[in-house]
Design a binder for this molecule. Structure first.
Ligand code: NDP
Ligand code: GDR
Length: 341
């Protein structure tokens, strides 16, 4: 029988790629969607016609229990979150509730529906659980590259909420023997990336300028460095983690790091533009506390899961610029949900 997966965050970037990947692998895929008229649901219906939808919200414990009871999943991928770091300062409590406490509610839904009440042998829980942990938990790093043993020092309410979810996932594994794991994923991008994140903001900005739709691009800290990979590669790692014989956490990234300035140069080069004529550094876009440098050491995932990234930084940026040029040339509005390639 096909394995059945339930994905929270199905309307987001990763949810869409993960759903496609699991469908390719022969899974029966369900997505949790929230709200009574969520406009992003139509995007899922259009792009992912074989995915079945179930209503629920990470803020609502009962809805998650009902969803797990209805779907009877073999695997749950918890990708739902408030994921934009600046928003986590503006709505810190909501971020804690969705990105942090949402993990507790999802784990509790699985525990209750599985009838788990006492300590069990590690890995004996029937439903396997994946938590979308983040390199933002490392925050202010004292060692680089970062691996599974690097200490956390989160620098935003988002990073703090993710650290809570991360430790809670470990705790449910240790307390109840659940097969619950976290993927500590570094930044991953794609033509489906939200327009608020820096890669997409830059590739859309370059494409708009190229097509005469804008005259400048305002950015914050150009010196911050990130390890940027391709989302399509990273969702493969999520599934692999849930197929491993033993539940363990893994760092997923490329092992290369680039600055925002290097990202800008690559994107404007791809659009054949001189970036210095158009990019304006805006102090107002700097964060209250910055994460200056992230770079993954993904060795454990390579050795134990056989996972490797296939798309380089340069290929990723070129792919995104090309997709945005096409999108804008067709007159599509990238802020609208019908625009996903
Ligand atoms: P997106 O911002 O694209 O998607 C976030 C998803 O969360 C959306 O589907 C959104 O649904 C859903 N969501 C928001 N609030 C709730 C709620 N109350 N209940 C249920 N669902 C909710 O994120 P990504 O796809 O980029 O990331 C997926 C996950 O991975 C996130 O948890 C993110 O924090 C984490 N992560 C991402 C990385 C990256 O580089 N992309 C790196 C490391 C971790 P809706 O349409 O209803 O708003
Ligand atoms: P990040 O991604 O915070 O790393 O979180 P983002 O793309 O928002 O920022 C990356 C870096 O770029 C700098 N920056 C800007 N960022 C944005 N968004 N807009 C700007 O104008 C701008 N100018 C400079 C930022 O200061 C930062 O240093 C992403 C999210 O997907 C999280 O959910 C995920 O957990 C982490 O990646 C890993």
């Amino acid at each position: 029988m096909a394995r059945r997966a339930l994905i929270t965050g199905i309307t987001g970037q990763d949810g869409s790629y993960l759903a496609e990947h699991l469908l390719d692998q022969g899974y029966d895929v369900w997505g949790l969607v929230r709200g009574q008229a969520n406009p992003r649901v139509s995007r899922v219906r259009r792009l992912l016609q074989d995915v079945q939808l179930v209503r629920g919200d990470l803020l609502d414990q009962g809805s998650l229990i009902s969803a797990v009871e209805r779907v009877q999943p073999d695997e749950v991928y918890n990708l739902g979150a408030i994921s934009f770091v600046p928003m986590s300062w503006e709505q810190a409590e909501l971020t804690a509730e969705v990105t942090g406490m949402g993990v507790l509610r999802m784990l509790e839904a699985i525990r209750v529906c599985s009838g788990i009440t006492a300590s069990r042998t590690p890995g004996s829980g029937q439903i396997r659980f994946y938590q979308a942990s983040s390199s933002e938990m490392f925050g202010q790093v004292r060692e680089t590259p970062q691996n599974e043993r690097t200490p956390f020092h989160p620098r935003s309410p988002y990073g703090v909420a993710k650290a809570y979810g991360h430790f809670l996932t470990q705790n449910y594994r240790e307390s109840y023997g659940m097969f619950a794991v976290s993927g500590i994923l570094f930044n991953h991008e794609s033509p489906r990336r939200g327009a608020e994140f820096v890669t997409r903001k830059v590739t859309l900005g370059a494409a708009r300028i190229k097509l005469g739709l804008a005259t400048e691009l305002r950015l914050g800290n150009l010196s911050a460095r990130r390890d940027w990979g391709y989302a399509g590669d990273y969702v493969r790692a999520m599934r692999l983690m849930l197929q491993a014989p033993v539940p363990e956490d893994y760092v997923i990234g490329t092992g290369r790091t680039q600055s925002v300035r290097e990202l800008v140069i690559a994107a404007f080069e791809a659009a054949q533009l001189d970036w210095e004529r158009y990019v304006v550094a805006d102090q107002a876009l700097h964060r209250p506390a910055e994460v200056d440098l992230l770079c993954a050491d993904p060795k454990k995932a390579r050795v134990q899961l056989g996972w490797e990234p296939t798309v380089s930084f340069e290929e990723l940026v070129a792919m995104m610029v090309e997709a945005d040029l096409r999108l804008l040339s067709e007159g599509a509005d990238p802020e609208q949900d019908s625009s996903w390639p």
